[in-house]
Design a protein around this ligand. Structure first.
Ligand code: MD3
Ligand code: FE
Length: 261
């Protein structure tokens, strides 16, 4: 049997087989089927927790000088990260920021840690207080900070100590146009990004925005460390495709850890 790569699930079952007549035949053997992973949820493609374990691809991949993809690095911690996320977002809800040009972003954002990134008609900046509440941003969960530091170390950046974590939420259709992250004070520190929930197509441009960006599929548990020459590269996210994730439903969450102050 010939099957294309990536979108099939191997089902191992035994005993009962359903046939077209509706009769049931018990077979005393183990057999294997390949089935499309279509969910019962309105025919949406369900992304389950253990799909796409790329056994053939290396767990660590250099995307460009200074940009290291750690595939599945946060997969094990995923449920714990998401439990903390609920608490953080209860204190500092997601909101759609307005750009200096007057556009409302399709990605909903919040922050935790000493500093938070905000945008308004007056520009982009980091703030110690959440403009919605007037209160400090919620603390960065220790498990998040530890994961970001471990990832940075793995990519060759020692003692990463982020003071800001931007939380991005994508719903189907949400996108992030090509941009640079240059509102931070320390470009010698990397940015560590953690992808959770639905997969997204990440666009990675050249430092000067000329040329066609490279495209990478980032999925639940993938961590990317962006440092050195990649730190000021143009990047963005293509409109999120519809889908359903076992932990996050129709959402993608991206956490970016930064040294901003
Ligand atoms: C490359 N977020 O929050 S994460 C952002 O998926 C942002 O939500 C995207 O771009 C997201 O600013 C992309 C990957 C990422 C983050 C920061 C970078 C890539 C980067 C900084 C420099 C170069
Ligand atoms: Fe960015």
């Amino acid at each position: 049997m010939v099957a294309s790569r990536g979108f099939y699930r191997v089902n191992l079952r035994h005993g009962v087989n359903e046939v077209g007549t509706g009769q049931r035949h018990t077979l005393g053997i183990i057999f294997m089927t390949l089935s499309k992973r279509l969910s019962a949820d309105n025919g949406r493609v369900t992304t389950d927790l253990f799909e796409d374990i790329h056994t053939s691809e290396p767990a660590q991949q250099t995307l460009a000088p200074g940009a290291v993809l750690l595939r599945g690095f946060a997969r094990e911690a995923g449920a714990e990260l998401l439990a903390r996320l609920e608490l953080v977002l209860a204190a500092a809800p997601l909101r759609h920021l307005v750009t200096p040009g007057g556009h409302t972003m399709s990605v909903a954002m919040s922050n935790c840690g000493p500093l938070g990134w905000v945008s308004s008609r007056s520009g982009y900046r980091y703030e110690a207080l959440d403009p919605l509440s007037g209160q400090p941003w919620p603390p960065m969960p220790e498990s998040w900070r530890a994961l970001a530091r471990r990832a940075a170390t793995q990519a060759g950046f020692d003692k990463f100590a982020p003071d800001a974590c931007l939380i991005n939420q994508y719903l189907p259709g949400s996108k992030l146009s090509l941009h640079q992250d240059k509102d931070e004070n320390d470009f010698s520190a990397p940015i560590v990004s953690v992808s959770l929930g639905l997969p997204a197509v990440f666009l990675f441009g050249t430092p000067l925005r000329n040329g066609r960006p490279q495209r990478y599929r980032l999925q639940h548990g993938d961590v990317v460390v962006w440092g050195g020459p990649a730190r000021l590269a143009f990047h963005g996210v293509a409109p999120l495709a519809d889908g359903n994730h076992a932990l996050l439903g129709q959402r993608r969450i991206n956490l970016t850890f930064r040294c901003a102050g």
